[in-house]
Design a protein. Structure first.
Length: 393
């Protein structure tokens, strides 16, 4: 049996320019999730700790940050847990690579010749760990954009490597999806995975955890251990993988383990149930948590007199949540009952705007639907003005 903990996309040192004053705190959360993964590996007494690329957010890292990461690898080495890392696309193995500038194995306190901390490079695409009876293959490139699929020569690499009970692959790559991954730097296909001959393929690059199978090969993205962006609701995990020989074959079990603190919640609120913007703020405050990313959507048909400014709501709740996003997807109602006479200003206005709305909504075109939504607001404000109400724009 072989047990390993698989992670990737830690992105230590990320700048988080969009988070303002909260950026430093988020960097600490990311490091804390990485450290929690090390704690988990030690508690579970795994054999291997795999980092499938982008341990660092970039190759520009102060030495103290690299030493801090190496100290976590040292904790694993002290527990006799072997770590294997590959560069990703953020910490790519180019001339300025953080892995060229710093010897992680030495910083982790391991001696030359030991296999407790291994960084795979273009010149060292695999490592045989005899203590675990496993070969870990991690073909990487010295450029961010791959000249070819990293699985192209995997069969030859397996043939050249020593025989072992287990064959593990590590890649930082996207699985080909027509029209979606054409611009990715490193792309592989499920057919290549199926033909690889690996027992397990540990992937990085996608920040949401997911597990699948291609042929007989189990492959998985661990996702980021702590979200790098606030919309990554499948992040926050590492994968505990058990490889066992049962019934004459190799069996791979993958279990998600939570290591990140960030939580996500999506809320849909029927605008018809809201009395006012302060009432919405009060309702949302009930879920207040510094670890919660709250995604709020107002839906349905809102009353004419309901005035909600999503930006104002987000500003009021700033600091109450880790992040809050409010989107108003509700629509204003069309007129009910008898319309004013056509020869009146109100009657002519309502008939004209509602007719244009009906024409736009009938097309089913996205641009037309947006214009129709804007006209519904025009209709709402116009009705209020014509009724003598005060309207603040």
């Amino acid at each position: 049996m072989l047990r390993l903990l698989h992670t990737a996309d830690v992105h230590l040192g990320a700048r988080h320019a969009d988070m303002g004053d909260a950026a430093a705190a988020q960097r600490e959360r990311q490091f804390a999730a990485f450290a929690a993964g090390v704690d988990l590996a030690i508690a579970e007494k795994v054999d291997l700790f795999l980092i499938a690329g982008d341990l660092f957010d970039s190759n520009v890292q102060p030495r103290r940050s690299v030493e801090r990461a190496a100290a976590e690898l040292a904790r694993l080495a002290k527990a006799r847990i072997r770590s294997v890392l590959i560069p990703g696309t953020h910490d790519v193995y180019d001339r300025s690579s953080v892995y060229r500038a710093h010897d992680l194995a030495a910083l982790a306190g391991t001696r030359p010749g030991e296999d407790l901390v291994t960084v795979l490079t273009p010149d060292r695409p695999w490592v045989h760990l005899s203590a675990c009876d496993v070969v870990v293959h991690g073909p990487v490139f010295a450029t961010k954009r791959a000249p070819h699929s990293p699985l192209r020569d995997i069969a030859k690499a397996i043939e050249q490597a020593p025989a072992s009970a287990w064959r593990i692959g590590m890649l930082h790559a996207a699985i080909a999806i027509p029209g979606k991954t054409d611009g990715d730097e490193v792309v592989i296909t499920t057919d290549e995975i199926a033909a690889s001959g690996l027992d397990y393929l540990a992937l990085g690059h996608w920040h949401s955890a997911q597990v699948a199978k291609a042929g007989r090969v189990t492959y998985a993205y661990s996702g980021a251990p702590e979200p790098v962006a606030v919309d990554q609701d499948r992040a926050g995990k590492m994968l505990l993988v058990t490889l066992d020989e049962r019934a004459g074959g190799h069996v791979v079990d993958v279990e998600e383990r939570v290591v990140g603190r960030t939580q996500f919640k999506r809320v849909e609120i029927d605008a018809a149930t809201l009395e006012s913007q302060p009432a919405l703020v009060t309702r949302l405050r009930a879920d207040a948590s510094p670890d919660l990313v709250l995604d709020v959507r107002l839906i349905g048909v809102r009353p004419d007199d309901l005035d909600v400014d999503p930006g104002e709501v987000e500003e009021v709740l700033r600091g109450v949540f880790l992040r809050v996003r409010v989107r108003d997807l509700s629509t204003t109602p069309l007129s009910e009952g008898l319309l004013p006479p056509a020869e009146t200003v109100a009657g002519a206005f309502i008939r004209n705007v509602e007719g244009r709305i009906a024409d736009l909504e009938a097309t089913g075109d996205g641009v037309a639907e947006r214009e129709a939504a804007e006209l519904r607001d025009v209709l709402r404000l116009g009705r209020l003005l014509l009724a003598g109400e005060e309207v603040t724009l």
